[in-house]
Design a protein around this ligand. Structure first.
Ligand code: ZN
Length: 199
């Protein structure tokens, strides 16, 4: 009897180990897809992986400082608080989000103010006021809905701006997973509208 218990114990240990291993495998496969997509869009290489104090996942071109990581948490906290006021329930965990911090393609906006942006291909923004000749400058960009991932530009100051961009890009993802109609109405800014969407 005792032998059987020991044997069952060993088997269940293997089973648990196998499930953990499978999850880790699936996650790293999803991450590899995300990383190569982020590299394609930004032409950057994301050598660095870290987590915010609240558990959001971060890939970056450089090791992010604590101010950058805290600003990401801050933006997500504001987003989740608002989302709960709308009675949204899905994807309100920090660990649901993977954020890519890319090298900025310009540091200042059209008004000469510090506002790091990434250049992305124009797509639906072609011919609009955003169009810079085949590409647009954006503070951030949603990259994947499942798992939730978006790209922002590295900041060396004005971390309040980081927090805002995180909240704003996150809005699209929260809406996608909680209110598809509202999501469809607000996803494409070339038709007008902007952020914040949730107030
Ligand atoms: Zn947006």
């Amino acid at each position: 009897m005792k032998k059987l218990k020991v044997l069952l114990g060993i088997i269940s240990m293997f089973a648990v180990g196998f499930i953990l291993f499978q999850n880790a495998e699936a996650q790293s496969r999803a991450d590899r897809v995300l990383i190569s997509e982020a590299q394609r869009i930004t032409n950057d290489t994301f050598y660095n992986f870290s987590q915010t104090p609240n558990g959001a996942r971060v890939y970056s071109v450089n090791q992010p400082g604590y101010k950058m990581l805290n600003a990401i948490d801050d933006g997500l906290t504001k987003l989740f608080t608002l989302a709960r006021q709308y009675n949204y329930r899905n994807r309100l965990n920090y660990s649901d989000y993977t954020i890519f911090i890319a090298a900025p393609d310009r540091a200042k906006n059209g008004n000469k103010q510090y506002s790091p942006d990434i250049a992305i291909s124009a797509a639906q923004y072609a011919g609009t006021v955003y169009d810079q000749g085949g590409y647009i400058y954006a503070a951030g960009m949603v990259m994947a809905y499942n798992p939730c991932a978006f790209i922002i530009a590295e900041h060396t100051k004005d971390f309040q701006h980081v927090s805002d961009v995180v909240r704003f890009e996150g809005e699209h993802l929260v809406l996608y997973h909680n209110d598809r109609k509202f999501y469809n109405k607000t996803a494409d800014h070339s038709q007008g509208g902007g952020h914040p969407i949730l107030r």
